[in-house]
Design a protein around this ligand. Structure first.
Ligand code: FAD
Length: 258
């Protein structure tokens, strides 16, 4: 495999290059496996693009593209679309001015020590956390808006089918308890930590990025509550403020963008 140059990065920050690479991979690689998109899959694609057009904290050129793809998709009244037609809109062959989704993957915070580690799945988690935080700070009224859209995208399209089945089981069991946008942020954080603990030490783990219960004390000491009985406890109020700041649009770094 051709070795890409390593991009040095700050492990405590979120990078726009990872989020854009995630959109590129989802919409140009993952979706391309479906030459015809119909039924429940079409509904979940429409909802995914609608949520991205609403909450993705992207550069204006990317937002213009997401909005034009969204308008086009919402106007499709047939029960199916071809991936080819979707791809024409995505590559902006209709010539909407100043609208584009950059081609290719440029992983930064989601780089792996080997090409088969991290990357897209890391980008998906990062994107999902960013979207729950954006929905909360935008004052969303429906706490399930973002989570149900991710759940259905994962169920219909996510390439790792085992992951999708596990995620669907967690969502089926747990989403009832989500009653507000902050509790949606916390549900996703906690689901992600459950995945981390289930797959810690597996062959899929990048040895340079071990699976931990996140955020570690070095990143947020007050997130970890002191306990007299030796049991670890989270201070969920502190976790919530940490997530709000860590994934906030104003802290996303623009290094390595095209
Ligand atoms: P990731 O777990 O991908 O996390 C990315 C970044 O998010 C981390 O670097 C860290 O900065 C931050 N982060 C870590 N934990 C949290 C947290 N709790 N809350 C907020 N931010 C956090 N792999 C499997 O082998 N089996 C599975 O069943 C499985 N299910 C998956 C389900 C989904 C929906 C997704 C998106 C991925 C799944 N994966 C699964 C892949 C796996 O979870 C990792 O994404 C992959 O192994 C890459 O790990 P990573 O080291 O880049 O960190």
């Amino acid at each position: 495999s051709s070795a890409e140059p390593w991009r040095s990065f700050n492990r405590t920050r979120v990078y726009m290059a990872d989020l854009e690479s995630t959109l590129h991979y989802a919409l140009r690689v993952e979706l391309a496996a479906h030459s015809l998109i119909k039924g429940e899959a079409l509904t979940s694609l429409k909802n995914y693009i609608a949520v991205l057009a609403k909450y993705f904290p992207g550069r204006s050129v990317v937002m213009n593209l997401l909005k034009s793809v969204n308008t086009w998709l919402q106007n499709q009244t047939a029960d199916h679309i071809s991936y080819e037609a979707f791809r024409e809109m995505l590559d902006n062959t209709a010539q909407v001015p100043d609208a584009a989704l950059p081609e290719g993957e440029r992983w930064v915070g989601c780089q792996g020590s080997q090409p088969h580690f991290r990357r897209y799945p890391c980008g998906v988690w990062t994107l999902f956390h960013v979207l729950t935080v954006q929905a909360n700070s935008a004052g969303a009224s429906n706490p399930h808006e973002v989570l149900s859209v991710m759940r259905n995208y994962v169920k219909n399209f996510f390439g790792c089918r085992d992951c999708a089945d596990h995620f669907e089981t967690m969502a089926r069991e747990g989403l009832r308890t989500v009653s507000s946008p902050p509790s949606a942020m916390l549900w996703l954080w906690s689901a992600h930590n459950r995945v981390n603990s289930r797959i810690a030490g597996a062959l899929s783990e990048d040895p340079h990025f071990p699976k931990i219960q996140w955020p570690p004390p070095e990143m947020c000491s007050s997130c970890h509550a002191a306990s007299s009985d030796g049991e670890h406890r989270w201070n969920t109020n502190r976790v919530l403020s940490f997530l709000s700041s860590h994934f906030s649009s104003s802290r996303i770094l623009n290094d390595y963008l095209e």
